[in-house]
Design a protein around this ligand. Structure first.
Ligand code: SAM
Length: 247
């Protein structure tokens, strides 16, 4: 039986496509792509002409049988999204889960991923982080999500679009207060920028230079500061007392 290759593609700079990814895109029998017109440009750039099939959030479940049949027939399939690693805030999870349940071979072909690229250069702690994808579009749900994260001490990572970057910064300022925020914009592209400061300072920065609000963003926020030593000790003391009393 064939394999499904989950192939990461560039997030801006075509040189970031790995040689292995390029070779596989030329060798597979079928490329399942989030947007076939978008992927056609990449394939043209590589000088390959693989047959393509669209696979996006609205037809993903319906594609499972067809792709499973390809694999059963010994064909190999590459799954790609418009940019970066499939399944990471992109289609593919439904397909990969279904094919795994059927015992098919699924092979990751790693490469660009905006959240990893952003973290690797931001200077915020990376030993533990919480990736939250896109925040909800509606203000109330967005602030609710942030409230739920307010106590987390890991670095918080979000994806954001230019339409909502200001609203998101305003909500970060309102819900999480004074914290170090790093905005990674247009990674690997000509206008790649890292801006850092409090959410409020970054909002002011975007207001004075609207070009900084264009493009694609990864928003990273320092985790909650450690609770005051005194408060933590008091909590531990209470827990100890409770344990002793229970004995
Ligand atoms: N699968 C992709 C990955 O591996 O990063 C993410 C796809 S998601 C639909 C698109 C979002 O990823 C953008 O809105 C932005 O938040 C982030 N992103 C993608 N490319 C980026 C880039 N070049 N610079 C900054 N952020 C980027």
């Amino acid at each position: 039986a064939g394999a499904l290759y989950v192939v990461a593609t560039p997030i801006g700079n075509l040189e970031d496509l790995s040689p292995r990814a390029g070779r596989l895109l030329g060798e597979v029998d079928l490329v399942a792509a989030e947007d076939t017109r978008h992927t056609a440009r990449l394939l043209r750039h590589l000088g390959v002409a693989a047959p393509m099939l669209s696979l996006h959030e609205h037809n993903e479940a319906a594609r499972v049988e067809r792709l499973d049949a390809c694999l059963a027939a010994g064909e190999s399939v590459a799954l790609v999204s418009d940019a970066g690693t499939p399944l990471i805030s992109d289609p593919g999870f439904v397909l990969v889960r279904a094919l795994r349940e059927r015992g098919r071979r699924i092979v990751p072909v790693p490469g660009p991923c905006a959240l990893v690229a952003a973290l690797s250069a931001a200077g915020l702690p990376t030993d533990r982080f919480v990736f939250q994808g896109f925040l909800p579009a509606k203000g109330g749900s967005r602030r609710g999500r942030l409230e739920g994260l307010a106590e987390r001490d890991e670095t918080l990572v979000f994806y954001e679009s230019p339409h909502r970057i200001r609203d998101t910064l305003a909500d970060l300022a309102a819900v999480l207060g004074e914290r170090r925020v790093v905005l990674a914009r247009e990674l690997t592209k000509t206008f790649e920028t890292f801006l850092e400061g409090s959410a409020e300072a970054l909002l002011a920065r975007l207001a004075e230079d609207p070009d900084q609000a264009r493009g694609e963003f990864v928003v990273m926020v320092a985790g909650a500061p450690p609770r005051e030593a005194g408060a933590a000790a008091a909590v531990e003391g209470d827990a100890l007392l409770a344990a002793l009393l229970a004995e």
